[in-house]
Each structure stands twice: as structure tokens, then as C-alpha cells.
Design a protein around this ligand. Structure first.
Ligand code: FNR
Length: 359
């Protein structure tokens, strides 16, 4: 039986075998030194590719050292890191999946303790590998350091670092690049009036707040050429009075389309500590559908899309073009195979070695 979820999708000539993709998920691996991926990343990402996902998108990867979320994050600011990613892209490709990577700068939410284990208050101090974070304005995320405001040279440095990291990602064999414009990290901090209080050409109006996002997009496109699909991840809303809104997300997504972005990955939140978020199955889906309706661009939906029929329905009804399955893929890296079985779709790339498990 044919199923919308398992139809290939093509972005700029790159065909991705189905619509179940793995979103970026930081591993905060203690053995990751200086941003270089380890055996853990190889095994983790390889098993997700083996499990039948269309694309596997590597976790938020810092474009500069101070752009990492935690000292345990991956990076792409040097060629040693680039070379470390090669075996990961080779392994993902060997399992028939498309390799993507999310390039990011954590801005005022940089130098934080990793998301699990011992988490003291505040930022990671220098003796534990921490650093002073930067941001659009000297406005702290609650509980974290006041960031140093980026001046125009600093902003130019960020744009150039995204472009250089994008070049290294392509050299490392990645087929898709995702830019992290969500979750309260640097690009989102510029977008949101709650974190951006600037009075220069990067603050104030929507055009100004979106300027850095579009400059980064243009610089990356210039660097990697016309053949590489670009994804932008956005938070559709700050879920907070006076913050970033779904309407602004739709407008900026339209601009991103004009600037050559091929797909918008629609998430939400991350810029406000005490936001009340109505979490539940598919709770961010309507934002993705609205961006698709407004822009005509393909969109990826994410957030508690955990059930095969739910995922199929989203794609079949055209609510989104791709579903991203995060935590459920950590619980079961073979979720796409399980979904195919549940939907009675004969997956041509189901590993023959596992055939007996599904008889
Ligand atoms: C995440 N998420 C995330 N998002 C992102 O844009 N970059 C990242 O590096 C990470 N890191 C990360 C790590 C871990 C362990 C989790 C669980 C999540 C968010 C993730 O991509 C996704 O948007 C959410 O998990 C919601 O989707 P699910 O898990 O409900 O399918």
C-alpha cells in the first residue's frame, strides 16, 4: 500500500527517501572534546539511519566555540571537526538516509550546563570550560549571565562563521544544512523583542530584527552554492506577551523563501523561562501548517508526533510535508520501520537482517 509518509521528497535535487526525519538532538556527550564527534555520535546517528528515517539531522553544532550551548557540544569551526564528521556522513549514507546537520550559535544561552546530570545554578564557570556569552543586547535569560552585546564587527564575525561552518559541513559530506533560528538561541534572540533591545539596524522593526537571520542565510547560500538544500528552524512563538509571534514567523518565513531557504522546520519556545506551553500531541503542528499556507514552502512539523497513524495523517492531509520524530526515536530508533509495519507499507529498505522480527 502506498503511504504519503513514505513518499520521497526532493529538495534542490536531493531526494530524501521518506517524510520521517530525525530532528537535531544535542547529546552533551562527556567524551566530546573540542567539538569533535565521537563513537557515541557515530553509533547514535547510524542506528537512527538504519532504523529507516529519511534524513538524520545532527545536533546543534557550534559555528564558533562561544556559540556552543555547553562545553560538550559539537562544533564545525575547524577542519579537525570537519574530518571527524566524515565517518558519520558515510555511515548515514551507507544506511540509505540523507545526512543533515544543524548549525547554530547559542548566543545568551551559551556556556550552560548540559541538560542532564549535575546542573549547578548559572553558567558553566571557566574552570569547567565555560565562557562569557554574547547576545543582541545586555539582557540575560533568567538565571544566566548578562551577555556581552555584539557590536557590528561581532555580528559580521557571526555571519562569516556560519558560512565557514556551512562550507565545512558540505566538505564533510552533509547533503542538507539546517540553520538554528529557534529555541532562544542567537538568531531567535535577534528576532524577539524580548531579547533584542537594539536601536541600530539590527533592532526595532521586524525588518531590522530579521536582518541577521537573512544575512546568515545569504552568506551560507553564497558559500555552498545552489545545489545544497537549506532548512531554517524557527520558533513560531515565544508563548509570551510582547514576544515573537506566529504572524511574524509567517512573514519572516516568506522572506526566507525569497532568500533561497527550501524548508521551514517549525518549533516553538525557548526564549522565555516561564512560558506556559500547552504541550500535547502535535501541539506545534498548526504553526507549521500556517507557515506552509502563507508561504507555499515545504514545512516540517515537530512535537509529540509519536504515532504512525498520526504521522501519516499529517502528511496525507498536507498539514506538513515532513514530520520530525525526536524523543520517540531515542526510545525506538526503528520507529520508521515500526510505522511502516503499522501502516502496512512494504518498506523496501527494511533491513533484511531484521526480517524475522517482523514476521
Ligand atoms: C532536543 N531538541 C533540539 N532542538 C534543536 O533545534 N537542536 C538541538 O540540538 C536539540 N537538542 C535536543 C536534545 C534532546 C535530547 C531533545 C529531547 C530535544 C528539540 C528536538 O529537536 C524536538 O524539537 C523536540 O524534542 C520535540 O520533538 P519530540 O521529541 O516531541 O518528537
Amino acid at each position: 500500500m502506498s503511504r504519503a509518509l513514505f513518499d520521497p521528497i526532493t529538495l534542490r535535487g536531493v531526494e530524501i527517501r521518506n517524510r520521517i526525519w530525525i530532528p537535531p538532538m544535542c547529546q552533551y556527550s562527556v567524551d566530546a572534546q573540542d567539538g569533535v564527534p565521537t563513537d557515541w555520535h557515530l553509533m547514535h546517528l547510524g542506528s537512527l539511519a538504519r532504523g529507516g528515517a529519511g534524513a538524520v539531522i545532527v545536533e546543534a553544532t557550534g559555528v564558533v566555540p562561544e556559540g556552543r550551548i555547553s562545553p560538550q557540544d559539537l562544533g564545525l569551526w575547524n577542519d579537525t571537526q570537519r574530518d571527524g564528521f566524515r565517518r558519520i556522513t558515510d555511515l548515514i549514507h551507507s544506511q540509505g538516509a540523507t545526512a543533515g546537520i544543524q548549525l547554530g550559535h547559542a548566543g545568551r544561552k551559551a556556556s550552560t550546563w548540559r541538560a542532564w546530570g549535575v546542573r549547578p545554578e548559572g553558567n558553566v564557570p571557566p574552570e569547567h570550560g565555560g565562557w562569557q556569552p554574547v547576545g543582541p543586547s545586555p539582557v540575560a535569560f533568567p538565571g544566566l549571565a548578562i551577555p556581552t552585546e555584539l557590536d557590528s564587527a561581532g555580528i559580521r564575525g557571526v555571519v562569516e562563521a556560519f558560512a565557514a561552518a556551512a562550507r565545512r559541513a558540505v566538505e564533510a559530506g552533509f547533503d542538507l544544512l539546517e540553520l538554528h533560528g529557534a529555541h532562544g538561541y542567537l538568531l531567535h534572540e535577534f528576532l524577539s523583542p524580548l531579547s533584542n533591545h537594539r536601536t541600530d539596524e539590527y533592532g526595532g522593526t521586524l525588518e531590522n530584527r530579521a536582518r541577521l537571520l537573512l544575512e546568515v542565510t545569504d552568506a551560507v547560500r553564497d558559500e555552498v552554492g545552489e545545489d545544497v538544500p537549506l532548512i531554517m528552524r524557527l520558533s513560531a512563538t515565544d508563548w509570551s506577551e510582547g514576544g515573537w509571534t506566529p504572524e511574524e514567523t509567517e512573514q519572516v518565513s516568506a522572506w526566507l523563501g525569497e532568500h533561497g531557504v527550501d524548508l521551514i522546520s517549525v518549533s516553538s519556545g525557548g526564549n522565555v523561562a516561564d512560558a506556559v506551553i500547552p504541550v500535547g500531541p502535535g501541539y506545534q503542528l498548526a504553526f507549521a501548517t500556517a507557515v506552509k499556507g502563507r508561504t507555499g514552502l515545504p514545512v516540517a512539523a515537530v512535537g509529540m508526533i509519536d504515532e504512525p497513524f498520526q504521522a501519516e495523517q499529517i502528511v496525507a492531509l498536507g498539514q506538513a510535508d515532513v514530520v520530525l520524530v525526536g524523543r520517540e526515536s531515542l526510545r525506538d530508533p526503528n520507529f520508521p520501520i515500526r510505522a511502516a509495519e503499522a501502516l502496512r507499507y512494504r518498506m523496501p529498505y527494511k533491513p533484511a537482517q531484521y526480517e524475522r522480527a517482523y514476521r
